[in-house]
Design a protein around this ligand. Structure first.
Ligand code: FAD
Ligand code: SIN
Length: 523
């Protein structure tokens, strides 16, 4: 079956929803989302959105903090562009119905602080900012007659001819059939790939589909070795993926070891508010030193009513697991949180494939460099969704060509799912054990050997059996794991989130890594 639209947006997080709303005044827009409209990392965002909103803050200060966190690898043009557009992005969110928390006395927006920021500049909706952003933008999208939505539809591959993107093949999960969608411009807004690790703060959908689709379409990917581990996820066998926001440390919470001792002062002068790469590595070192599986985050010394008011979601969730955060420390561990690299784009979200844009966590705009500073990513979603929409409005391609339908005549039903389940677990454990917070060449080479075997098995399966949604995700996850491993092996230095004990120093030259179809070995 063939569907036609002006604009195809793949993904309905903050980036995809913003782009849709910005484009719908001029075009027919089709959003596809692999689950519901609000199933996304965006929905789970807690801390808030960084922007220069306080009188005592400045654009230059936000730029400087972002460059420091990015450890020499940010593209200063992209940093400046994003931060200079920060205030208008927040104004737009407010005008789109997002309710941010206000100060009780002044009635100005309340601003909190997070790691790496030298000022209070995080605007937030209590501790559930993402839920508020996601619900508000989704409500606007649902009202807009120019936007069509297909939930539970999963993009399988982009359709590219003569280096132009013409749309995508999309799997309808309920009918188990592949549709052909033709579009003048396509936008990848599929989020990150943190599900490639065994332990992650991300929802299940973060399987890196956009990176894999882009790579197969001929896009350049950059900086894929920089995987951010959030320092503080709840440590409890049943608490899958629950994040304890960095904003707790912004409001005075302290990291402590099993002896109840604070330890961050031993690792960085910024202590608990050092950038995330440093805090995660410090926790890792402290856990190895003491032989324990977790550390603790303690906010119990603060006023308990204030804590409950500022962090209602976290208070409630922790209580469900038996921890009263106003009275006792919370057990925490680092977990995979954010993919700093991605599909390389310019300031308008354009990739090297014509008519194909990438925005949000899927993109690598140059903003984050080797380590994303807290709360800069929702900002990036909105700013670059808007600039890509502007570019599409000026350069829309009206050429149409006849597209070839998906051909599944040569495959059969698999009948069992063991290959999928096994390789899904094997890949995520391999990445956690061999490509984690602290790396070395020996473990990375073992990871490369192992992932090659999994990759070949998965590709063989792909050639012979009908698609299922789990299998589409697995195929993407394995490819992204391979790209991360090879990118990590190529970087012979320690920079930002990529720390290797074989090359603990920083090289003089800071060069973003680049990987495309040609760059991956032994394919
Ligand atoms: P997402 O919000 O992840 O949306 C991706 C969309 O793509 C989803 O709709 C998904 O279903 C869809 N999709 C994926 N693959 C396909 C496919 N093949 N076909 C169709 N659809 C597909 N950042 C901040 O700035 N501040 C915070 O406070 C903050 N807190 C966070 C807390 C948590 C727990 C997490 C997980 C992240 C947090 N982040 C935060 C990071 C931030 O939330 C994300 O980087 C950001 O929301 C990404 O938005 P996005 O639109 O790029 O992608
Ligand atoms: C958090 O609230 O700690 C997450 C912020 C972010 O990932 O930007």
């Amino acid at each position: 079956m063939l569907l036609k639209t002006d604009i195809l947006i793949i993904g309905s997080g903050a980036a995809g929803l913003t782009a849709a709303l910005e484009l719908a005044d001029k075009f027919n827009v089709l959003i596809i989302s692999k689950e519901t409209l609000v199933d996304s990392s965006t929905w789970y965002a807690q801390g808030g959105i960084a922007a220069v909103l306080a009188k005592e803050d400045s654009t230059e200060s936000h730029i400087k903090d972002t460059l420091i966190a990015g450890d020499g690898l940010c593209d200063e043009k992209a940093v400046r562009f994003c931060i200079e557009n920060g205030k208008s992005a927040i104004d737009w969110l407010v005008s789109s119905g997002v309710n941010f928390t206000k100060n009780d006395t002044t009635k100005d927006f309340h601003l909190t602080q997070e790691g790496g920021h030298s000022h209070r500049r995080i605007i937030h909706s209590a501790d559930a900012t993402g839920r508020e952003v996601s619900n508000s933008l989704a409500a606007q999208v649902l009202k807009n007659k120019k936007i069509q939505i297909l939930e539970n539809h999963l993009a399988v591959d982009l359709i590219v001819s003569e280096n132009k993107c013409r749309g995508a093949y999309v799997f309808n999960k309920s009918k188990e059939k592949v549709l052909t969608i033709s579009a003048g411009a396509s936008i990848l807004a599929t989020g990150g790939a943190s599900k490639v690790y065994l332990y992650t703060s991300n929802p299940d959908g973060a399987s890196g589909d956009g990176f894999a689709l882009a790579w197969r379409a001929g896009c350049i990917l950059s900086n894929m070795e920089f995987n951010q581990f959030h320092p503080t996820c709840l440590y409890h066998p049943e608490a899958k993926s629950f994040l304890i926001s960095e904003a707790l440390r912004g409001e005075g919470a302290k990291l402590k070891n099993y002896k109840g001792e604070e330890f961050m002062h031993k690792y960085d002068s910024r202590k608990d508010l050092a950038p995330r790469d440093i805090v995660s590595r410090s926790i890792d070192a402290e856990m190895k030193k003491t032989g324990n599986d977790n550390v603790f985050l303690d906010i119990s010394h603060k006023d308990s009513e204030e804590t409950k008011k500022a962090f209602p979601t976290i208070f409630k969730k922790c209580l469900e697991f038996g921890f009263d955060i106003t009275k006792e420390p919370i057990p925490v561990v680092p977990a995979a949180h954010y993919t700093c690299g991605g599909v390389k784009t310019d300031l308008d979200g354009k990739t090297n494939v014509q008519n194909l844009y990438a925005i949000g966590e899927t993109s690598c705009t140059g903003l984050h460099g080797a380590n994303r500073m807290a709360s800069n990513s929702l900002l990036e979603c909105v700013v670059f969704a808007k600039s890509s929409a502007e570019d599409i409005k000026s350069n829309f391609d009206t050429e149409e060509i006849k597209l070839v339908d998906w051909d599944d005549s040569k495959v059969i039903t698999a009948g069992e799912n063991i290959v999928i389940a096994h390789n899904w677990d094997a890949t995520r454990r391999l990445m956690w054990d061999y490509v984690g917070v602290v790396r070395n060449d020996s473990r990375l080479n073992m990871a490369k050997e192992n992932i090659k075997l999994i990759y070949d098995e998965v590709e063989n399966f792909y050639k012979n059996y009908e698609l299922t949604s789990d299998f589409i995700e697995l195929r993407n996850l394995v490819l992204v794991a391979r790209i991360i491993i090879e990118s990590a092996l190529d970087r012979k230095e320690s920079r930002g989130l990529h720390f290797t004990s074989d090359y603990p120093e920083l090289n003089n030259e800071s060069i973003p890594s680049i990987i495309s179809k040609k760059g991956l070995s032994e394919f």
